[in-house]
Design a protein around this ligand. Structure first.
Ligand code: AMP
Ligand code: MG
Length: 470
């Protein structure tokens, strides 16, 4: 029996709006994550499409929509909030407390002009990509279920409606803090800091300790994204979770042919959220978070100058933290478990070679162990020169192969495969999506039958742009 314990709902009323999900006409489960369900103590939901679609509110849940603000593409939006998501509540497990949220279960007070709904495309994309991220040890929101609602959702045309049941260690965003600071509600910022410390960073001391823990978690997270060629695509401050988990799989994509400045999102016209901008943008978002702590910290330290000084000092550590995490991630991709200074250059040289002719990001790294990497390059001589240097570096490292195997997936959720799976799902065939979920749950191991999933898109299969899931 599921035990809810809703700590967010115990915060003051101004943190959220209580709201019931809308009724779905004919809920049917498309995908269900049995392992995760077991962990959460909700294994019995495997047959409860009514709960997963929002028709039945389970005992102990206190459904609500959270309020937050954001910088979207750098522009300030004072009030956003969960417009198409409803938090059912929190469950406590052996390894922590988790939010269970329904995304696409109807309108909330924050829906503005939106319908609060979701359709099978974004639902399946988020399910497949987030579970792949988890399989690769990248902190992320998880997918418990994808459930068709039986309703049609109007976008460019009518699509089958669906709800994703999302699980996260919390849904508190940079924008949640920004909202209260903009309201001049320092008391709320303090309550939220304490809440975030309790949930995520019990060892952090003071407001500044929480800030530093959030900064460190982002440095780790973005480095891991970089290591998979992941472009988030919409790193607005409402899409940055303070827990350090990846959140919001709207217009995201993994790089096929490598380009440092890759952009896929159709609305990111200036490349603000390009692949190689992600650490800068994380830093920018963290600066906004720091700003939102100024009034509270000024009270705590007895003056604004002192507050700004310590916040700036903490923020200034971010580039070096990120650089160190990046070095760890890319050294591991080359089989090196303890990076040295020169390894940064070794990794960067390979990336530059890849970028020159858009060699396939995933297949190059996976091919370093198998010997297939060379075939990905047009300038073989340049690759051979690099390869000799690399061999010299790893020749005395007995664990190189094992380190690489863990760091380099053989298969990733390529955008064209997601698109094919989504198109099939729109026609009522969920088998391709189910196949992707299965194969991508063990991305380092690949059966002979699944080798086709390692292939980059043919010219006619390329999906040049991705879209927000609205
Ligand atoms: P996103 O860029 O996907 O993070 O969404 C930004 C904001 O728009 C959030 O406040 C969402 O809740 C809201 N939103 C997005 N899609 C919808 C929708 N279909 N209905 C209502 N609100 C939405
Ligand atoms: Mg969002």
């Amino acid at each position: 029996m599921t035990q809810f314990d809703n700590s967010y709902a115990r915060l003051p009323d101004r943190f959220f709006s209580s709201i019931k999900p809308e009724q779905a006409p004919n809920p049917e489960i498309i995908l269900f994550n049995n392992y995760l369900a077991d962990d959460l103590g909700v294994a019995d939901w495997a047959t409860r499409a009514d709960i997963l679609a929002g028709n039945t509110v389970p005992d102990g849940a206190e459904p609500l929509a959270q309020v937050y603000a954001a910088h979207q593409f750098g522009g300030w939006v004072p009030r956003l909030g969960d417009g198409r998501a409803i938090l059912l509540g929190e469950v406590v497990t052996d390894h922590g407390r988790f939010d269970i949220q329904l995304k696409g279960a109807g309108r909330t007070p924050y829906s503005r002009n939106g319908d609060g709904r979701n359709w099978v495309g974004p639902v399946l994309r988020e399910y497949i990509v987030s579970e792949f991220m988890h399989a690769m040890n990248v902190p992320t929101t998880r997918a418990l279920a994808a459930t068709a609602t039986g309703a049609r959702v109007q976008r460019e045309r009518a699509f089958p409606g669906a709800v994703i049941t999302r699980v996260a260690s919390s849904h508190i965003r940079v924008g949640t803090f920004q909202y209260f600071t903009a309201q001049r509600d320092t008391e709320a910022v303090k309550l939220l800091i304490d809440h975030v410390r309790d949930r995520h960073f019990p060892n952090a001391t003071g407001t500044i300790g929480v800030y530093e823990a959030i900064i460190a978690a982002q440095a780790k997270l973005i480095a891991k994204w970089m290591g998979l060629g992941f472009v988030h695509g919409v790193m607005n401050t409402d899409n940055m979770a303070v827990s350090g988990e990846t959140i919001d799989y709207g217009p995201c994509a993994f790089i096929d042919g490598y380009a440092a400045n890759a952009v896929y999102s159709s609305i990111d016209r200036n490349g603000r959220y390009a692949f190689d901008q992600q650490s800068n943008i994380a830093g920018w978002n963290l600066a906004q978070l720091g700003s939102s702590f100024v009034p509270l910290l000024s009270q705590e330290l007895g003056g604004q100058e002192a507050a700004v000084e310590v916040l700036t000092q903490s923020l200034n550590a971010f580039p070096a933290l990120f650089q160190a995490e990046w070095a760890k991630v890319f050294a591991a991709k080359l089989g090196i478990s303890v990076p040295q200074d020169d390894d940064l250059d070794l990794a960067q040289e390979l990336l530059d070679l890849m970028g020159a002719t858009r060699a396939d990001f995933t297949n190059v790294f996976a091919g370093l162990s198998s010997g297939a990497a060379r075939d990905e390059f047009i300038d073989r001589d340049a690759f051979d020169t690099w390869h000799a240097k690399w061999m010299a570096r790893i020749q005395d490292l007995p664990d190189a192969k094992a380190v690489m195997r863990k760091a380099n997936p053989r298969v990733i959720p390529r955008t064209h495969r997601l698109e094919q799976a989504i198109q099939a799902a729109v026609e009522g065939d969920f088998a391709p999506a189910q196949r992707l979920v299965k194969v991508l749950s063990t991305p380092m191991d690949l059966a002979e039958d699944d080798i086709d999933l390692t292939r980059p898109p043919e010219a006619h299969e390329v999906v040049p742009h991705t879209f927000c899931g609205t």
